[in-house]
Design a binder for this molecule. Structure first.
Ligand code: N01
Length: 508
């Protein structure tokens, strides 16, 4: 062999990358891999279609609370969004069309639920196994499942005895006709406040079980007229300016997060909105939160509060004592007849829980479940020490309450592509983040969370049970953009695995 010959790896890797999940994150990664000339990858998707949360959440009234021109890829603008806030079907269509437009569908293996991933440091490869027994080996492993995919089912006494229909908001049963039914809806988060007005229009009686009210502000929605769509199509620069304006408007909403006194001011205005929208004073009082606005996610709706002016809608706040065969019993002693119970009870958002059936092992026998035993942590929310070439999308502390998560996903995918570039430049097999880098990053993030509105005294899915916020990015999003432009090489190790070192020695 001459020194010019390509280096033969002793073991061929089957794939350059495996992406788990075909939602926005998986799709973005796939598009950017192809742009970089990498075609030897697959996306493993648990279900039979793309779309992630926008495939699963089909409940009536489902829509995004981030403006469509911003809740879409910067590189795949859509000039003809129908509404400022896209509905579920329009967003799902966007994802499906983008998948086809960028030729991603042939790379997707549907109905492949991954249940394990193991890193072999000798060969520098990940081996992923699936529920149907398939095995994939790959150099890079991107986990793009996101935190909002596993429905959270409440542990309410008697729920399993209920004889009527039960379904979760993310598993809506469209074959079940709610017309003239007695319906009990549990939860008053982002999903419930969207379907409650729709269900109220159909059901004979709707009982809304509220544990904690949400702060809900008006939805500044509007339809884009045909002329505006034409302008956006012909003059993409104007569409981009529109997108930029939406981005900066949303970004300004980060201020109340850091200055809870500002949030308290906004809260006074929202109280007026509630009083204006709800006829009954006592109901309005019960719908008004007692925690500082922004501590839990701020919701937007114009038709949730008015739903309580209907004769067939009743708000219950005492809590649920038990569920019987055909009724729900409240803690203040009312027995509510029920044909159907809708669980608007959110998602299992803690990676330690939603990854419990998914064993991930890194170098030196590290198990992600052990390393995350007290909390999930990732450098920039993307990489984890001892798990080389493993990347998370919308990982710990990179969620948002005030702007578009697609912006964060694009930053993360850019960062991953930078890692891949660096590995090639350094002729290394894997990149492994230094523990110190993660510790410092984590400390910075957690310190910045202190004193924000999120720590002002409420319980939300942003926190794990000990109160630690594991979900949100506590800075402006443009700072995240800046910090993910380049990979700081001092924070990582670039490693040639023994097999490559030996092969190079033989080739020399
Ligand atoms: O879930 P949630 P979601 N007994 O966790 C209550 C995104 N999203 O599906 O507040 C009684 O917010 C719980 O009560 P409490 C968005 O990021 C976006 O609505 O914990 N009640 C709460 O009221 C969002 O934040 C969009 O006291 C129980 C509700 O159930 C995230 O998804 C639309 C209970 C759960 O609310 C999750 O939203 C939809 C129990 N045992 C979703 N357990 C848009 O873009 C829970 N609850 C518009």
């Amino acid at each position: 062999m001459t020194s010019q010959a390509p280096i033969q790896k002793p073991e061929q890797r089957s794939l350059d990358a495996v992406i788990v999940g075909a939602g926005f994150g998986g799709l973005c990664t796939a598009i950017k891999l192809r742009e970089a000339g990498i075609e030897n990858f697959v996306i493993l998707e648990k279900f039979g279609e793309v779309g992630g949360t926008w495939r699963d959440n089909t409940y009536p009234g489902a829509a995004c609370d981030v403006q469509s021109h911003l809740y879409s890829f910067s590189f795949a603008g859509k000039p003809d969004w129908n509404y400022r806030y896209g509905g579920q079907q329009e967003i799902r269509d966007y994802i499906e069309n983008t998948t086809d437009e960028y030729g991603i569908r042939p790379f997707i293996r549907f109905n492949q639920e991954v249940n394990g991933a193991h890193f072999d440091e000798q060969r520098g490869v990940w081996t992923l196994t699936t529920e149907n027994g398939d095995v994939y080996t790959t150099q890079h492993f991107v986990l793009a499942t996101g935190p909002l995919h596993e429905p959270s089912y409440p542990n309410i006494p008697g729920l399993d005895r209920f004889q009527g229909k039960v379904f979760h908001s993310a598993r809506w049963d469209h074959d079940y006709d709610l017309t003239d039914k007695n319906v009990v809806s549990i939860g008053t988060g982002a999903s419930a406040i969207q379907y409650v007005p729709e269900v109220a229009r159909q059901a004979k009686k709707l009982h809304v079980m509220q544990r904690t009210p949400a702060w809900i502000i008006p939805r500044d929605t509007r339809a884009y007229p045909a002329i505006e769509k034409r302008i956006f199509r012909r003059l993409p620069l104007l569409r981009k300016l529109h997108r930029a304006r939406l981005y900066w408007t949303n970004e300004s909403r980060v201020w109340p997060v850091f200055h809870p006194s500002l949030a308290k001011g906004l809260q006074q205005l929202t109280k007026l909105f509630i009083r204006h929208q709800v006829n009954d004073k006592e109901t309005a009082r019960k719908l008004t939160p007692s925690y500082t606005m922004g501590c839990k996610r701020i919701l937007i709706s114009n038709d949730y509060y008015p739903a309580f002016n209907r004769d067939n809608v009743e708000l219950h706040t005492s809590g649920i004592a038990e569920i019987r065969e055909n009724s729900v019993v409240t803690k203040d002693g009312q027995e509510l007849p029920a044909d159907c119970i809708i669980l608007g009870t959110g998602f299992v958002v803690d990676p330690r829980q939603y990854m419990r059936g998914f064993e991930v092992t890194g170098v030196n026998g590290h198990r992600l479940q052990d390393d995350w035993a007290d909390a999930s942590r990732a450098y920039m929310g993307i990489t984890v020490p001892n798990y080389p070439n493993f990347y998370l999308l919308v990982g710990p502390n990179t969620g948002l309450g005030h702007n578009s998560i697609i912006f964060m996903i694009e930053c993360q995918v850019h960062y991953i592509m930078e890692c891949l570039k660096l590995l090639r430049q350094k002729n290394a097999d894997y990149i492994d983040t230094r523990q110190q880098a993660l510790d410092e990053f984590d400390e910075e993030v957690q310190n910045n969370i202190e004193g924000t509105v999120w720590t002002s005294g409420c319980q939300s899915w942003y926190q794990q049970e000990d109160g630690r916020n594991v979900a949100l990015w506590p800075f402006s999003t443009w700072k995240y953009w800046l910090r993910t432009r380049r990979v700081d090489t001092s924070k990582h190790r670039f490693v040639q695995c023994p097999a490559t070192v030996n092969a190079e020695a033989e080739n020399a």
